[in-house]
Design a protein around this ligand. Structure first.
Ligand code: SF4
Ligand code: SF4
Length: 451
């Protein structure tokens, strides 16, 4: 029997999201060998036994055995001192699925105590896409009160009174982050983007980060697909993939988001779903099938889409034959493997293939390109100090390559790296790898690039 068959739906009809006991079989696999110490970014930053995977597994065992309470403050701190990066799953000799364990633990905590009010308010709003969208647009319109643009216009930083208050969570005056866009990606394009001589249609799940923070990268992805004669369906009714909510254990909200997304994409009639973010792609490939496994209506639909979800790089290089780029992009480029793109979607060869096929690019590999950047969604806010130590290691590795451009496949990593390259002093460009391909296509046509 495979791990998936064992853990998806228990005889009780529940998944591990609803019953912590279902992950006991994963806990039992852990030999406490400590191999995860060498790959866990939190342990490498803090050097505390409580930070490492096996300690969290020991805590889960103690909770299940009735020896510890989930809401014990020390237990709580351990459970949330984790980036959910899944690095510990790569070298584990017994293949412990820690991704499931940590989600099951946090979900059990939410069942016991509910969500803190702030998370509850934000996650509830996410279930209402129009309300969520309106909130972010108001935020975009008001952000200049608290943030100012940097000289390049590519990033914003907190203004001084806010920087004083926010310093503890990294919102000091030096912080750089992308601005919230007044016109999000899905407002810039029609729901169906036609292409010349289209021979295939695909659906594009933008995710919230590309939609609100990096719409230019989303436009580059669309431009690349149309240059390859692909028609693109971009439903406006899509909502967040749910991963930021899942990792906080709010299972009811993730199920609502997943069902809404499935309903929305079913209507496109497409057979391929394209993502430009490892977390979004991982949700469609793995999380939706797990979280809806006991739902007789949605489980088959989730399975349908899981088999048809591709990161844009995989789609371009494995499903179709990419139109070879000819325009020269004179850059020295390195590539950061985002945790969810490499460890969930198993995508790491394809973006490099694309980058190396672009004329003019000199590709430089880091010594540890798949080391976590320390983002972890809200971890960068809740554990800013540890996140910064992890981020600095990544920047040292980037600086050693002498690259002038850091390419990435996940918007959350782009945010973390934008801030960290700025603090690191070298100020490399941080871009989605698809933007470099789009740049090459534009150069081929003689279009001057402003990126
Ligand atoms: S590497 Fe795997 S088996 Fe070893 S301690 Fe870590 S989680 Fe347990
Ligand atoms: S998921 Fe990442 S941060 Fe969490 S225990 Fe595993 S390696 Fe460490």
């Amino acid at each position: 029997m495979t791990t998936i068959e064992k853990t998806k739906v228990a005889p009780t009809g529940k998944t591990y999201h609803d019953d912590l006991a279902i992950v006991r079989e994963e806990l039992d696999k852990c030999m406490k060998c400590g191999n995860c110490m060498s790959v866990c970014p939190v342990y490498s930053a803090e050097k505390l036994e409580t930070s490492v995977t096996r300690s969290k597994i020991a805590v889960a065992e103690a909770v299940l055995n009735g020896e510890l309470e989930l809401d014990d403050p020390q237990v709580y701190d351990m459970l949330f001192n984790c980036l959910v990066c899944k690095s510990c799953m790569t070298g584990c000799p017994t293949k412990v699925d820690f991704g499931r364990i940590i989600v099951a633990l946090r979900a059990a905590l939410v069942r016991k105590n509910g969500l803190p009010w702030l998370k509850k308010m934000i996650f509830s709003t996410m279930k209402h896409p129009k309300l969520f969208d309106a909130g972010l647009r108001i935020g975009a319109a008001m952000q200049s009160l608290a943030f100012k643009s940097d000289k390049s216009g590519k990033a914003i930083s907190p203004r001084s009174p806010f920087a004083l208050v926010g310093g503890g969570i990294g919102f000091d005056a030096d912080r750089q982050m992308p601005s919230l866009n007044i016109t999000p990606l899905r407002e810039r394009v029609p729901e169906v983007v036609n292409a010349d001589n289209a021979w295939l249609k695909v659906a594009f799940f933008t995710g919230d980060s590309l939609n609100y923070f990096y719409p230019d990268a989303g436009m580059d992805l669309i431009e690349v697909l149309t240059a390859n004669n692909i028609e693109i369906h971009i439903p406006k009714a899509q909502n967040c993939c749910g991963v930021p909510v899942l990792v906080h254990g709010d299972i009811e909200t993730v199920r609502t988001l997943a069902r809404n997304n499935i309903d929305t994409f079913d209507k496109t009639g497409c057979e391929y779903l394209i993502t430009g973010c490892g977390s979004c792609g991982g949700a469609w490939q793995h999380d939706y099938t797990d979280i809806l496994a006991a739902d007789p209506v949605y489980a088959p639909r989730a399975e349908y889409w899981a088999k048809r979800t591709y990161d844009i790089s995989t789609f371009l290089t494995r499903v179709i034959t990419l139109r070879q780029p000819k325009g020269r992009v004179e850059r020295v480029v390195t590539y950061h493997d985002s945790c969810h793109l490499k460890k969930s979607m198993k995508v790491f060869v394809e973006p490099r293939e694309i980058l190396k096929s672009i004329p003019g690019i000199t590709f430089k590999e880091m010594s540890a390109p798949d080391a976590c950047c320390g983002s972890g969604g809200s971890y960068v806010l809740s554990h800013y100090e540890t996140s910064s130590i992890i981020g600095r290691k990544k920047i040292d590795d980037i600086n050693r390559t002498k690259a002038d451009t850091v390419s990435v496949g996940c918007p959350a990593c782009m945010m973390q790296l934008l801030d960290n390259v700025h603090r690191g002093g070298a100020e490399q460009d941080v871009v989605h790898y698809i933007s470099l391909l789009a740049e090459s296509y534009r150069k081929e046509k003689g279009v001057k690039d402003t990126a």
